[in-house]
Design a protein around this ligand. Structure first.
Ligand SMILES: CC(C)(COP(=O)(O)OP(=O)(O)OC[C@H]1O[C@@H](n2cnc3c(N)ncnc32)[C@H](O)[C@@H]1O)[C@@H](O)C(=O)NCCC(=O)NCCS
Ligand SMILES: Nc1ncnc2c1ncn2[C@@H]1O[C@H](COP(=O)(O)OP(=O)(O)OP(=O)(O)O)[C@@H](O)[C@H]1O
Length: 277
């Protein structure tokens, strides 16, 4: 079941729009090699991968052996994704964040417990760190990136995206507006290695300040905020800046919000996030 919710969260994130610089129903965002159909196909292809991650987490306690197994399954999952997309990185970062959270949620009774397990797993060295864009960017700009975010207990999910999403709903905002504002809140704060890789510190400044400005203008649900959002989208597309890490962390928040934790009030209306819509 957590596996199905992870796929739904990925589809909901992909369909949400207008998102600045990211793939959505309008088009390719800052990417020239992906579109919504590819994102949805990639999300669906990851369903058995998430299932195998959840099964492993049910079989083994949090520890080195489980971390090694998740690393093996996660890397195999990346190959599944690359086969379906013919080599395009649609969901590498998302598989990392959601894979760990699916594993954490598989045996947890509450959101905090799931995130804590995911963080402990992320903090265990995996021993097989590839020389990726992220690794080079982390060294050059001295930022933590996706690994540090997970090992710290996903602070941009738990302390930024989810509170913003829930506050937006409580204030009566439409669901897509609450989600866009949650994405913008993450974008305004995150050291996103996707952005740093393509645009350096100046690119990161454009993304963060632009997102903060949309929120300061009233958020995605107001005329002024929407105009600022569309302007930011134009700038990010022109500069080929994709806030992919923020997209991943919004999907992670949507996943945690969808899990029907025992004894908690249900979060989003599940119908809103159906992949078939
Ligand atoms: C840790 C990962 C992301 C690799 O990190 P690395 O920095 O080398 O990758 P890369 O530069 O490709 O970035 C990964 C992606 O993370 C996202 N991201 C970028 N910045 C951030 C950030 N600050 N916080 C969260 N996510 C971010 C982006 O989508 C980015 O594309 C991961 O893919 C990995 O180690 N995979 C191995 C398999 C594994 O252990 N899986 C575990 C369970 S699924
Ligand atoms: N809606 C979205 N649109 C685009 N990317 C997204 C979206 N949601 C999440 N992402 C994340 O953004 C990442 C895209 O990575 P990135 O742009 O760095 O690709 P790359 O191929 O590694 O880099 P580059 O294209 O610069 O060579 C994916 O790993 C994915 O997890």
């Amino acid at each position: 079941m957590p596996a199905d919710l992870a796929v739904r969260a990925l589809c909901a994130e992909a369909r949400l729009g207008p998102k600045p610089g990211l793939v959505d129903h309008r088009g390719r965002g800052a990417h020239d090699d992906m579109d919504l159909a590819l994102m949805l196909a990639s999300a669906e292809a990851l369903r058995p991968v998430f299932r195998s991650l959840a099964l492993a987490a049910r079989r083994m306690p949090v520890g080195v052996a489980l971390r090694v197994e998740l690393g093996r399954l996660g890397r195999a999952g990346e190959q599944v994704m690359l086969k379906v997309t013919r080599g395009v990185n649609t969901h590498r970062g998302a598989l990392w964040a959601l894979g760990l959270l699916v594993a954490g949620a598989a045996t947890a009774g509450a959101e905090r417990e799931a995130v804590g397990r995911a963080a402990r797993l992320a903090a265990i060295p995996d021993g097989d760190i590839p020389v990726s864009h992220g690794e080079r960017v982390r060294r050059r700009f001295r930022v933590g990136g996706a690994r540090a975010e997970a090992a710290a207990g996903f602070p941009h999910v738990v302390e930024v995206a989810l509170p913003r999403l829930r506050a937006g709903r409580a204030a009566g905002l439409a669901e897509d507006v609450a989600r866009l504002d949650a994405l913008l809140a993450v974008m305004s704060l995150l050291d996103d290695t996707c952005v740093l890789h393509r645009g350096g510190l100046e690119g990161l400044r454009v993304v963060r300040r632009g997102a903060a400005r949309v929120l300061a203008e009233g958020g995605a649900g107001t005329d002024r905020g929407r105009a600022a959002l569309l302007e930011l989208d134009g700038r990010l597309r022109a500069a080929r800046l994709s806030p992919g890490g923020s997209g991943d962390l919004l999907a992670a928040g949507l996943f945690l919000d969808l899990v029907p934790w025992p004894g908690s009030v249900a979060g989003a209306d599940p119908g809103v996030v159906s992949c078939r819509r």
